[in-house]
Design a protein around this ligand. Sequence first.
Ligand code: ZN
Length: 359
Amino acid sequence: MRSMSKRRSPRPSVPNRTGLVFDERCFGHRNPPSGPSWLRVPPFERPERLAATFRALEGSGVLHKVERLSARSAPRTALELVHDASHVERVLAEPRETVMLDHEAWIGPGTRTAALLAVGGLLEAVAAVVAGDLRNAFVIARPPGHHAEASRPMGFCLLNATAVAARWVQLARGAARVAILDWDVHHGNGTEAIFRDDASVLTISLHQERLYPSDTGDVDAPGESVLNVPLPAGTGDAGYALAFDRVVEPAIRAFSPDLLLIGAGQDAAASDPLGRMAVTVPGFREMTDRAVELADECCGGRVVAFLEGGYSLRHLPAANLAILEGLARLPSSFPEDPVGCDVPHGLRDIEREAVEAAA
Ligand code: ZN
């Protein structure tokens, strides 16, 4: 097993570059609208999430300051490191029309290409970061993955990209320990279930309590290296910062990973239709800055973020840009939240209590 340098900055010869994976072929996966045919409520998880993000990245000029990586389809062998062969078969079936596989999990004609590129894009990014070719990276792809279990797709998630990447980097690149920090507003139940009995992968999920799935994500969930921080509705930047102080940073320092993966779902944003949290764009920047500092301290700066959820077309593009700028250590385009929702500020006692319960 190859050893990874610990607690060292990247070699001086390593370019201090941030990678970006963004591939329009991920637009081809389509979830169906809901409601009666005369209403056609658009699905939450849709290609516009990426298209709007790309416009923000382009408009800000950040694309000139990061390195674009091309995504390649993940090999089936990598998917089967965490998923059952029959699950992979179902997800990659390429039906002619949209088919529901499980709760809020659909596949259609463009799903196979998008799903393979989303996971494959993350593998490319991880490979470049652990090889020292890039300092860190952000993979902006879809469909998301963190709800997908070994044999069950759910909640818009088909293949669990961060779980595949964690196992792959262990087996193919000799990483001993991988930490997965999931700040999506929903519980990262799939990732947790996949690594529940595996002390070599730390899974930390910050999420709105009992949101989705409604019966997982409690502080006392069993597991070798499982940490859940269920937070009350309305938690904003201050509550997430406290969770970093009291839970995330101490846990990752103690675990001492070789690589930090971030399940970056931006649906804790104040305007998100699927969460009831109050995080602002500067709040996402702060979480990214803290993850980058943590990775510098623990694992030579190796951190790779993967887009999970985030369904507000107001907040998601700016939050994704703020994360990419944070990884690249660029000045933020958003000293203030560009959306400006009316949200409570400061820390409430129920947030303090929730964080202390997880600490
Ligand atoms: Zn989510």
